[in-house]
Design a binder for this molecule. Structure first.
Ligand SMILES: Nc1ncnc2c1ncn2[C@@H]1O[C@H](COP(=O)(O)OP(=O)(O)OP(=O)(O)O)[C@@H](O)[C@H]1O
Ligand SMILES: [Mg+2]
Length: 264
């Protein structure tokens, strides 16, 4: 099915929600200080996936990267339910996130009742958790990583920095810190997936399903005729996207925080 049809057919405001309303907008972030691990690709898949799978949802994509990879490529899909939000108020003059404004935005009211709203953040490489306190206000933090040693070491360091941030923020945030889900990306084989998992076994985080290396992902940001590349990606990666969107929907129902790595 062509992507365009899916998104344009369902862009009216729903009269009745098909899924139970969320208590507040659900905020998810794709973050890692390491570049090129798939943050933008996965943010694109998650936001389009949520918008197509849940016809009664509203989805906002907020790109915190000055390179604007995801906002530039997703703007063409905007409609009544799918927004690429660009707002200078989300940034400080330094280019770092304006945490106060982002947190306010995340807590803002629904535009209409009885529906679900998802906010998907794409964040840039070099992201320092200590300057991104909004992370502890999100409902789920996805940390994509790929298998190379440099990616693994950077990701291990990043996990430690997020844990420090959450520990420091404990008294400022209601409830437990958001779950952290590692997303193994650009995986070549089951062996490689297992090898990657072994690096993280002692970390108190969730470990996602593998996203295998495939050329279709290289063309995720291309705006070709009839959005053929994006349509193909959504089709080929459907089982993965369904899993990711389902996980976002059920973020509040994840089991107790794991003591060690927890395979989802
Ligand atoms: N599973 C995959 N298979 C093949 N290529 C992939 C896969 N995931 C991502 N890529 C490609 O890897 C490159 C980096 O991906 P992406 O831009 O999503 O990473 P990023 O973490 O957002 O990078 P940056 O830190 O520069 O923002 C892109 O060319 C993308 O198309
Ligand atoms: Mg990116």
């Amino acid at each position: 099915m062509a992507f365009e049809r899916v998104i344009t057919l369902n862009d009216e405001q729903p009269t009745e929600a098909r899924h139970p309303a969320l208590a507040k907008p659900r905020s998810v972030v794709f973050a890692n200080s390491k570049g090129g691990v798939g943050k933008s690709t996965l943010a694109l898949m998650a936001s389009l996936g949520l918008a197509t799978l849940y016809p009664d949802s509203r989805v906002e994509l907020i790109d915190l990267d000055v390179q604007k990879t995801s906002s530039d490529s997703l703007r063409r899909f905007e409609n009544a339910r799918f927004n690429v939000l660009e707002n200078d108020d989300f940034f400080l003059n330094s280019g770092s996130p304006n945490n106060g404004n982002l947190i306010n935005h995340m807590g803002s009211d629904f535009p209409f009742n009885r529906t679900q709203k998802y906010i998907v953040f794409d964040s840039p490489a070099g992201n320092e958790p200590s300057r991104s306190t909004f992370l502890s206000h999100c409902d789920i933090v996805f940390v994509p990583t790929s298998v190379g040693d440099a990616d693994v070491f950077a990701t291990l360091k990043y996990l430690d920095e997020i844990s420090e941030l959450f520990a420091r923020q404990k008294s400022n945030v209601e409830g437990p810190p958001p779950p952290i889900v590692l997303l193994p990306n650009m995986v070549d084989s089951r062996e490689e997936f297992n090898e990657l998992r072994n690096h993280f076994t002692r970390h108190s985080v969730y470990f996602g399903k593998p996203l295998y290396y495939a050329p279709v992902f290289r063309r995720a940001f291309r705006s070709d005729e009839n959005d053929a590349s994006v349509a193909k990606l959504l089709q080929q990666a459907k089982p993965y996207i369904d899993w990711l969107a389902g996980l976002i929907r059920r973020a509040d129902q994840l089991p107790q925080p794991p003591k060690n790595l927890f395979q989802l």
